[in-house]
Write a protein of this length. Structure first.
Length: 351
């Protein structure tokens, strides 16, 4: 790599960190993303049965447990029932055990992976999900405007807040080389290509020290690389062949750093925003960065956004995938389908 490209990439990384910090501050005052569905409603329950799926290794998990217990005690409800995730099971058996207690709400204390696993079992049910964000990204919590630093307020919202239905999506992953296939729910953003490569290659120690900023370091290392050919079909339309670095499927668009990655993406509009990213060079990445950070409405050949309810992508060679920040294996065929207003989530009342 020539020196000027290296200096450019370093400059972009520094600008990203500075503008992301600025974006967090500005977003607190200005970001007023509206959900286009009906208003959030009171639960209508005077007494509630509460179950909790908790990741015990998260830094504030014990504090969260104590606050949840105190909240239920003060309300005069039954004691909450806790189910702890493990390294071997991120929540699949725990949420099933929680549902056996016929809860009115299941609280999820953990990161994006735990939230996604629990949500997968709660879609198309009347059991509400309450969010206790304890992870690094906390993607869904950001998009329903929880204050990630206020554990007390988040517990109150999960126990006593209003509630509304949001969209979810399912991604079917097939790998013709290995014969593997799977299907998973996601809530915020899934993708195929470079974004999944970055997640797989993020330094764990750096992530613990710097949080979401660790992804920037991995991202800079993966900027050089070749585009790959895929075919894309939207809502059953004829396939279009594209050379891409990443394709993202956004249910909503707010990501760490206060960045409104896809301002038009709404969490309950019954559609996904599909972002096809195909820059040829470092300059192409820079133009995309400027467009995203400054929410420029101009079109870029290297970044195309579509709206669709169902997307099918086919790849001549396996490509890595991710779901809400978790790697999900390689695919030669990907099927993504939105599920409108399929998950009941507790949200804050109007200020």
């Amino acid at each position: 790599m020539s020196d000027w490209i290296l200096y450019l990439l370093i400059g972009v990384a520094l600008a990203f960190a500075i503008s992301s910090w600025w974006g967090v501050r500005r977003l607190k005052a200005l970001h007023v993303r509206s959900m286009v569905g009906g208003e959030a409603q009171e639960s209508g329950l005077t007494r509630q049965r509460v179950a909790v799926v908790l990741n015990p290794i998260k830094a504030r998990s014990e504090e969260a447990r104590a606050k949840i217990q105190r909240g239920c005690l003060a309300a005069g409800w039954e004691d909450p029932v806790f189910f702890e995730t493990t390294a071997e099971d991120p929540g699949y058996s725990q949420v099933q055990a929680a549902l056996e207690h016929n809860p009115d709400v299941i609280l999820v204390g953990g990161g994006d992976g735990t939230v996604r696993v629990v949500a997968e079992s709660l879609v198309h049910t009347n059991v509400a999900m309450g969010l206790i964000p304890l992870g690094t990204g906390n993607l869904l919590a950001r998009n329903v405007h929880l204050d990630l630093n206020d554990l007390h307020d988040n517990v109150n919202t999960a126990l006593f807040g209003r509630q509304r239905y949001i969209d979810t999506a399912r991604m079917g992953i097939e790998n013709s080389r290995t014969g593997d296939s799977s299907e998973h729910t996601f809530l915020v953003i899934a993708g195929i290509g470079m974004d999944a490569e970055i997640l797989a290659d993020t330094n764990t120690g750096l992530k613990k020290a710097l949080g979401w900023l660790a992804y920037t370091e991995a991202g800079m290392r993966h900027l050089p690389g070749r585009r790959k050919k895929v075919s894309i079909s939207l809502d059953g339309s004829p396939e279009q062949v594209r050379n891409i670095r990443s394709v993202l499927f956004a249910n909503c668009g707010l990501i760490p750093g206060g960045i409104d990655f896809i301002p038009q993406a709404m969490i309950d509009d019954g559609m996904l925003d599909v972002v096809v990213m195909s820059p040829r060079s470092a300059f192409g990445w820079l133009l995309m960065y400027v467009k995203i950070m400054f929410k420029h409405s101009g079109k870029l050949p290297s970044m195309t956004v579509y709206r669709s309810g169902r997307i099918v992508i086919q790849c001549p060679e396996p490509m890595p995938t991710q779901l809400d920040g978790d790697t999900a294996g390689e695919a030669t065929r990907l099927t993504v389908q939105v599920e409108p207003r399929s998950l009941l989530v507790r949200v804050r009342g109007q200020d």
